[in-house]
Design a protein around this ligand. Structure first.
Ligand code: NAP
Length: 385
């Protein structure tokens, strides 16, 4: 049977890699829907190449322009805040590959989970802010979540060696980003250009900055907590600059199972599409003899306070992870626009967490309110904190 795929965020780094994987997988996989935010020219090119039945964009003006670009194609264009939800819910869609950046992907993921789809999730922010809800709703409706984040894909694979009760700890590896060896003082004058040059991975701008602050790893700690339904104190981080060991799971008997591969997102994307099967793919082959040495170190929790914050936020729960994520999204935007210094990103997040009146046992509406509050707070405080 042909697997029908909707890619939310097909014009981004993960989205483009996913299309390469689908190309290589061939006849058994078909693209039925694609989406973009503003990159309508690229979306039109992708539509011409993959002939999906549906395209989604977030804004009506962009949709008009897109309509002109694909006027000769038989494709339906959806626009507006609900466009992603609509394509994620389409009856013919089997797999929703979530490659949107930020919390914006949450409503569509939740809608797809409630339709019992396979969710191949790269878009980690919705898992950070509503991971429990997403997992429970998806399971309840017969769907499945397959992580695309390379670390969580590794953990997912290693987990198959035992039961959840037999897991002693999950060890997420981290490249450490461009400032792995920097002191707190050296971080003071980091420019956007420096923060955007990741030593290993070629990714979209927001996640690249998140890697530099280690907020990306902080999010991954919370993501692992919800994806694998495991207490957050059983999730640890290990710096591994070569990014070959993508993560590890230690079981109670003392065995540690790791998944290794070249740093190439096409491998976890493919696995999330073909699971439980493994098929020949286009990801680079791993030649350990060429790499020679793999190194590991403890993270520096003092310089990268984002990591300690992740544990506190996960333990607090409720609206805390929402504020943690939304404040970061807004602060990264301020940093990339040149309005705040690099070190202000984490300061602003700390400030928002301090000022926020955390609510536990919250509805989706309350989560969205907390999200909007944190974004407003960052905009208000950005020039002053
Ligand atoms: N890149 C990686 O290697 C990697 C690895 C692991 C996890 N992830 C996660 O995967 C997600 C995507 O990362 P990325 O690096 O691929 O990001 P990216 O290159 O910035 O691409 C983001 C995609 O989302 C679309 N988009 C942006 N804002 C949107 C909005 N408000 N509503 C709807 N769509 C929107 C973009 O459309 P336009 O092109 O039109 O702006 C683009 O298609 C992130 O959550 C990231 O943390 C990425």
């Amino acid at each position: 049977m042909v697997k029908q795929i909707a890619i939310l965020g097909s014009t981004g780094s993960i989205g483009k890699n996913a299309l390469e994987v689908i190309d290589a997988l061939g006849a058994g996989y078909q693209v039925v829907a694609l989406s973009a935010h503003t990159s309508v020219r690229l979306l039109a090119d992708q539509a011409r190449r993959y002939r999906p039945g549906f395209l989604a964009v977030t804004d009506a003006d962009y949709a008009r322009h897109l309509g002109e670009l694909v006027a000769d194609l038989d494709v339906e264009i959806l626009a507006g805040p609900d466009a992603l939800v609509k394509i994620a819910q389409l009856d013919q869609v089997d797999v929703v590959l979530a490659a949107v950046v930020g919390a914006a992907g949450l409503p569509a993921l939740l809608a797809a989970g409630r339709r019992g789809k396979r969710l191949a999730i790269a878009n980690k922010e919705p898992l950070v802010i509503a991971g429990e809800l997403l997992r429970e709703e998806t399971q309840k409706h017969g769907g499945i979540i397959l992580p695309v984040d390379s670390e969580h894909s590794a953990v997912f694979q290693a987990m198959q060696s035992g039961t959840r009760e037999e897991v002693k700890r999950i060890i997420l590896t981290a490249s450490g980003g461009p400032f792995r060896q920097a002191t707190a003082e050296e971080l003071q004058d980091v420019t956007a250009e420096q923060a955007l040059s990741h030593p290993v991975w070629n990714m979209g701008p927001k996640i690249t900055v998140d890697s530099a602050t280690m907020m990306n790893k902080a999010f991954e700690i919370i993501e692992a907590r919800w994806l694998f339904d495991i207490p957050v104190d059983k999730v640890e981080v290990l710096i591994h600059p070569e990014s070959i060991v993508h993560s590890l799971v230690e079981f109670v008997d003392g065995s540690t199972i790791a998944q290794l591969g070249e740093p190439d997102m096409r491998l976890p994307i493919q696995y999330a599409l073909t699971y439980p099967a493994r098929v020949a793919g286009i990801a680079k082959e791993l030649r350990l003899e060429e790499i020679g040495k793999l190194t590991f170190a403890k993270p520096d929790f003092q310089t990268f306070r984002s990591l300690s914050l992740a544990y506190k936020v996960a333990q607090t729960g409720g609206t805390a992870p929402v504020v943690f994520n939304a404040a970061n999204e807004a602060a990264v935007e301020e940093f990339l626009a040149g309005r705040i210094k690099f070190v202000r990103i984490v300061e602003l997040i700390e400030h928002c967490l301090d000022k926020h009146n955390i609510k536990t046992r919250v509805s989706l509406e309350e989560l969205l309110e907390a999200d909007a509050w944190a974004r407003r707070k960052v905009t208000e405080l950005a020039p002053r904190v």
